[in-house]
Design a protein around this ligand. Structure first.
Ligand SMILES: [Fe+2]
Length: 210
């Protein structure tokens, strides 16, 4: 067996030492105390942070969507909803005020996922009419998400016996989301002409027109 040179032996010792080091257990990170969901109030506050952050994310995303839309009617509806969204944020801030709390946000992952999905589609190379159809579809998903969120928080607020002013503010936001959803459905059902190419047949595993 060839004799190892001094240098090689030293290198080998260093390697062995570093392997041993890497095998050593790292100290476990200090455990964070587990958050507790103990009361309906806790659940309400989680939902409140979620709807607040949801509206903020939507207000941030809408200007780009408005720029990308081709049909003026779609641009107008989205622009109007952006104004409404600013008002919805103010109503939620008023509810925080009624609770003697400052507004708090928790990264709302549900809406983030929907917005990320929409961005991925909007970045695709596409004809303007088809991109409008994609905007309507993604916006409709987002509205349904918001409607579910407001219905749940209103139910929770009622159970907690929150003041009628707070319930009314939530209801106003819900009403605007429902109206927006209706407008999007009307657009999808034909007031905007969407030339989406040849429809795929059901036999081909294609979709049936909306
Ligand atoms: Fe909204």
């Amino acid at each position: 067996m060839p004799k190892m040179k001094k240098n090689s032996r030293a290198k080998s010792r260093t390697k062995t030492a570093s392997r041993a080091k890497s095998k050593m257990k790292k100290p476990a990170p200090a455990k964070q105390p587990k958050k507790e969901l103990a009361t309906m109030q806790d659940l309400f506050l989680i939902q409140m942070k979620d709807v607040y952050d949801t509206e903020k994310q939507i207000a941030q995303a809408l200007p780009t969507v408005i720029r990308k839309a081709a049909a003026q009617e779609l641009k107008d509806i989205l622009s109007h909803h952006l104004e409404e969204t600013d008002g919805q944020i103010e109503r939620l801030e008023r509810i925080y005020e009624l609770m003697d709390m400052s507004p708090k946000r928790k990264p709302a992952l549900g809406i983030k996922g929907l917005i990320d999905d929409a961005k991925e589609i909007f970045a695709m190379k596409s004809e303007p009419d088809l991109l409008d159809a994609a905007i309507i579809t993604s916006s409709s998903h987002i509205e349904h998400h918001e409607i579910a969120g407001y219905r749940a928080i209103i139910a929770c607020a009622r159970l907690l016996g929150m003041p009628p002013e707070a319930i009314e503010l939530f209801r106003k936001n819900l009403e605007q989301e429902e109206n927006m959803d209706e407008k999007l459905s009307e657009l999808a059902s034909g007031s905007i002409s969407v030339d989406a190419g040849e429809p795929a047949s059901v036999e081909d595993g294609g979709i049936v027109a909306m």
